[in-house]
Design a protein around this ligand. Structure first.
Ligand code: CA
Length: 241
């Protein structure tokens, strides 16, 4: 049986409240491999967009050969980290710049992922949505402890504070592997989407439409709900033939 990757759509919108878009994303198709990535510049630093661009450029430029995709993903992320530190060493004005990094590399049968920060990967399988990544935020720790409910967390003043980012002192990326099944669908997104949409809303939209229609509706709904932040979405279908 030949398995073929089809259908991918991605877009980023500045939102209505921010002056600039500090999100960046990547969809790169190569023979036998597809790379998807979202990076979101750390808020409060004027160079967040630059850091996000370095992350995305690193995933674009790293030479994936497909022999050990898990290792290659972490090498690409390490390249991004080195490049950010290099820029900061050259120019101290850039001190504190950083970005999230959430990336997936797909081959014919598996999706390998790596993740730092609060952008997310979701998997839609058998019509059910599952969050694959865990946010590296202080709020996530409170959620894990049970000292905050998800509803309280949504409006908490620390909700955007990252425990980890690319360029921050601490970086211990999470990584994993998904064995692809027929009709699986992946979503990569920045927190500008998940600030406004519940998992149930995301699940409904991903279940009923093409990648483009679903992606457009996700972004439109985030904007309608306030558009507080930049919002970035990649929707990817995976199918058997
Ligand atoms: Ca954001």
């Amino acid at each position: 049986m030949i398995r073929k990757n089809i259908g991918v759509w991605g877009e980023s919108h500045k939102g209505y409240k921010r002056k600039s878009n500090e999100d960046r994303f990547l969809i790169k198709e190569m023979p036998g491999i597809i790379i998807l990535a979202v990076a979101d510049g750390v808020g409060g630093n004027p160079h967040g967009g630059q850091a996000a661009a370095i992350v995305i450029d690193s995933f674009r430029e790293y030479e994936f050969i497909g022999e050990n995709l898990k290792k290659e993903l972490s090498m690409a992320l390490a390249l991004a980290e080195r490049r950010i530190h290099h820029e900061v060493n050259k120019n101290p004005n850039l001190h504190g710049m950083g970005a999230t990094a959430t990336a997936v590399v797909l081959n014919n049968s598996n999706a390998f992922w790596i993740h730092v920060g609060d952008s997310r990967i979701y998997l839609l399988r058998d019509k059910k949505l599952k969050q694959i990544t865990t946010d590296h935020t202080f709020i996530q720790d409170f959620l894990n402890e049970g000292s905050l409910t998800p509803e309280q967390a949504k409006n908490h003043p620390l909700k955007n504070m990252l425990e980890q980012c690319v360029g921050c002192d601490e970086m211990q990326p999470d990584c994993g592997e998904i064995r692809i099944k027929n009709d699986d669908r992946l979503l990569l997104c920045s927190d500008g989407l998940t600030t406004h949409l519940s998992d149930l809303q995301i699940e409904c939209m991903l279940n009923t439409k093409s990648t483009q229609e679903a992606g457009e509706e996700l972004i439109r709904t985030a904007l309608k709900s306030g558009g507080e932040d930049n919002v970035t979405v990649i929707v990817k279908d995976l199918s058997y033939y």
